[in-house]
Design a protein around this ligand. Sequence first.
Ligand SMILES: [Zn+2]
Length: 192
Amino acid sequence: MRRRSLLAAACTALLPARVHARPPEVDVAASNAELLARLRAPGAPLRVWQWIVVHHTAAEWATLEGIDRYHRKRFGDPLGAEYHFVINNGKKRPAGLVEAARWRYQEPAAHLFKPENAPASIAVCLIGNFEERPLPAPMLDALVDLTAALMRECSIPAERVSTHRVVDDKLTQCPGKHFPRAEYLRRIGAGT
Ligand SMILES: [Zn+2]
């Protein structure tokens, strides 16, 4: 048995370093509170926004910087990510951590096939594939808090908060069949 456990220890030592590092320690609640407190001072004059649309990346290991690079290349847009906010899922960064993306520039995002269905829309993207798995509770909590703050600061009614699939006439599964749309809409006060 002793030989065996020594061998096991040696094998473990030979394993390569973990491919995916742990998400760094971040105080998610404090970081999100600070972001929400500064929503009206994004760094550029605030635009008039009329809609909020929820997306997912369909990729579990995405980061804001990676999305920036990908969209800059794909769409030739120097501002990068075609989303205004991203919400992390705990893979690369802590679950529920909100980051401001295009919101910092107050520019429209090319996030819909039919932009006329939701003009002047704020795109919020959940990192992960929610066609494949349920949305973690900290992500839904963060999404609800962000949505409520945006509705308040930009005077957007709950009737103008929706998901990509619904806004784009079912041309996509985004944000995935496991996204709890009814619960989300209920929590932001839709239909009340
Ligand atoms: Zn989408």
